[in-house]
Design a protein around this ligand. Structure first.
Ligand code: HEM
Length: 310
């Protein structure tokens, strides 16, 4: 006969659990009598999820655009989830750090290798039509993308090169915020006036960004890496994983994104302008901004040639 489950043991453990939070165990057991058995669709919330793809036009390929962006946002969420575990970890060690970093990297690798879904997966003619209904919005307004950056590196590495010498750890966050590299995409470079794209983005997220910047100031991936013992900071596999992540986010993904933009915006259809209105060709290519999360892990030559040969 199969082993009988030891109910007494389970009941005792449940009682201990509920006693700790001043709850009656029998109430919770009665609740079990009436609770619905779980199904896949209730658990995964498939109905809710599959009702979130709302087109603004009649063009079928707009569905690809919406769904792929949503998939990206879900993956950004998973990346932030893993980073927050490194940020919060007490007694952080090299094995934990490396394991999480590999998870984060795999997500970003997936975003890079799948980007052809954007580049090849929509008809240029359709894209160039439905994008008219998206102005002045842009993926630039993805808040989670910005959070991934804040959580990955020291703030100084996200500051526009032109202003780095005037900014340090004592600079108030509101001031640093105005000099983040991405401010350049949303400002008229002659007058400094902010575009609607940027004004809307800040109205919605600036307060949250400032809080997040402060929170991650001392527990982003780089500061946590620097807290590891010297010998762990030299661990070959960990350094390789850090460099891989940096390169994937700041070169591979950026190039896939740039190439998709060239494919559509320079297709000869339309005016060559970005929906967000930036000077996009200069802004998006990695060789101009040389965004690098972990500059100490790259040689002077590697930094000098960042994105140059692409
Ligand atoms: C056909 C596909 C795409 C095109 C043509 C495109 C085009 C652009 C352009 C031109 C910009 C510069 C800002 C502006 O709009 O003026 C931009 C920024 C941005 N887009 Fe896209 N994009 C595409 C897909 C995506 C996808 C799938 C994502 C994922 C969420 C995304 C996320 C971003 C982000 C995060 C920025 C800001 C990047 C930065 O600050 O360097 N884009 N995009």
């Amino acid at each position: 006969m199969a082993d009988q489950p030891n109910y007494d043991e389970v009941i005792k453990a449940l009682q201990e659990k509920y006693d700790k939070i001043d709850q009656d165990t029998d109430d919770h057991l009665y609740g079990l009598l009436y609770s619905k058995p779980i199904t896949y669709w209730d658990y995964i919330q498939t109905d809710a999820l599959l009702n979130l793809q709302i087109q603004r036009t009649t063009l079928p390929d707009e569905m690809v655009f919406i769904a792929y962006h949503q998939i990206n946002e879900l993956i950004f969420k998973m990346i932030l989830w893993e980073i927050s575990q490194v940020a919060e970890k007490e007694d952080l060690d090299v094995t934990f750090f490396e394991g999480k970093l590999m998870r984060i990297s795999r997500y970003f690798d997936m975003l890079s290798t799948s980007f052809n879904i954007m580049r090849e997966g929509m008809e240029v003619e359709q894209y160039m039509k439905f994008r008219y209904t998206l102005t002045p919005a842009s993926g630039f307004q993805s808040a989670q993308y910005r959070l991934v950056e804040f959580a990955s590196t020291e703030l100084i590495n996200l500051i526009d090169y032109r202003f780095r010498k005037d900014i340090d750890r004592n600079t108030p966050f509101v001031h640093a915020f105005e000099h983040l590299y991405w401010q350049a995409a949303g400002k008229d470079h002659k007058t400094g006036k902010k575009s609607t794209l940027l004004v809307n983005f800040e109205k919605r997220y600036k307060d949250e960004f400032l809080r997040f910047m402060e929170t991650y100031n001392n527990k982003n991936l780089w500061t946590r890496f620097k807290e590891l013992p010297e010998k762990d900071q030299k661990d070959k596999e960990l350094v390789k994983a850090m460099r891989h992540y940096d390169y994937t986010v700041n070169v591979s993904w950026v190039m896939c994104h740039y190439n998709a933009a060239v494919h559509y915006i320079e297709s000869g259809i339309g005016d060559g302008e970005a929906t967000g209105g930036s000077d996009w060709k200069k802004y998006m290519h990695p060789k101009y901004q040389k965004r690098i999360f972990f500059p100490e892990l790259w040689s002077a030559d590697e930094i000098k040639n960042w994105g140059n040969n692409l």
